[in-house]
Design a protein around this ligand. Structure first.
Ligand code: ZN
Length: 222
């Protein structure tokens, strides 16, 4: 059994509390589940608004607590609660892409690779696990070629500089249309770097889908 599945089983067996509000004996209470109802909207990124991102949730208190508990508090059971939001963002991004893909040209989902340190610390890739719960599968055209600083605490231009040239795409990116997938959109520096890397290899990026969007000011509270 893989580590996330083991952790899920543990969360079911052990006494737990709502990952959104702390209510006892519920992995996620009805009120918090309601606050995670997806309402997809679009954000344009880049100097010429080149990348269109669909975000399913605002980064309100419940979404923030659930995502923090999921990513850094060991609450892998929250992947199922976040899956409808990510799925809705993917559907909205595909429905609003600028132009349909030509016949025979597949649309693939691309996740951002975890740093080795982050993967070791968590034991799972947060976005991959939510995708699996949403019954969606990603391809993996990107790899990290340069380690970067933690983005928390960095401003807009520092974040872009920190990510620039950090990703490289493999040759499989060419000939496909790609939708980038991530969990939290802040400034978009990571997604723009992923777009650059895939385009550099001849792939076309249709847009991106994320679970939640937060302005930079709130992200600093992380
Ligand atoms: Zn709750």
């Amino acid at each position: 059994m893989r580590i996330p599945a083991l952790l899920d089983a543990l969360a079911v067996l052990a006494p737990t509390e709502c990952s959104g509000c702390g209510a006892h004996d519920r992995a996620l209470c009805d009120s918090c589940r309601g606050a995670l109802t997806p309402v997809p909207r679009q954000i344009q990124l880049g100097d010429e608004a080149s990348l269109r991102v669909c975000a399913a949730l605002d980064y309100g208190d419940v979404a923030r607590r659930v995502l923090l508990a999921y990513k850094d508090g060991g609450r892998t059971d929250a992947a199922s609660a976040l899956a409808p939001a990510l799925r809705a963002a993917v559907v909205a991004a595909l429905a609003t892409r600028p132009s349909p893909s030509p016949p025979g040209r597949p649309v693939r989902l691309a996740t951002i690779p975890s740093t080795r340190l982050a993967y070791r610390r968590r034991g799972y890739h947060p976005v991959e696990l939510v995708l699996a719960r949403a019954r969606l599968r990603a391809a993996h055209p990107l790899r990290i070629v340069r380690q970067t600083e933690d983005q928390a605490g960095l401003g807009l231009s520092a974040r872009a500089e920190n990510r620039r040239g950090s990703l490289r795409s493999n040759a499989h990116a060419a000939g496909s249309d790609w939708l980038l997938i991530d969990d939290i959109l802040t400034t978009g520096a990571t997604l723009l770097e992923a777009e650059r890397a895939i385009r550099a290899c001849g792939g076309r990026v249709l847009g991106a889908a994320v679970i939640a969007h937060t302005p930079l000011r709130r992200a600093r509270r992380l």
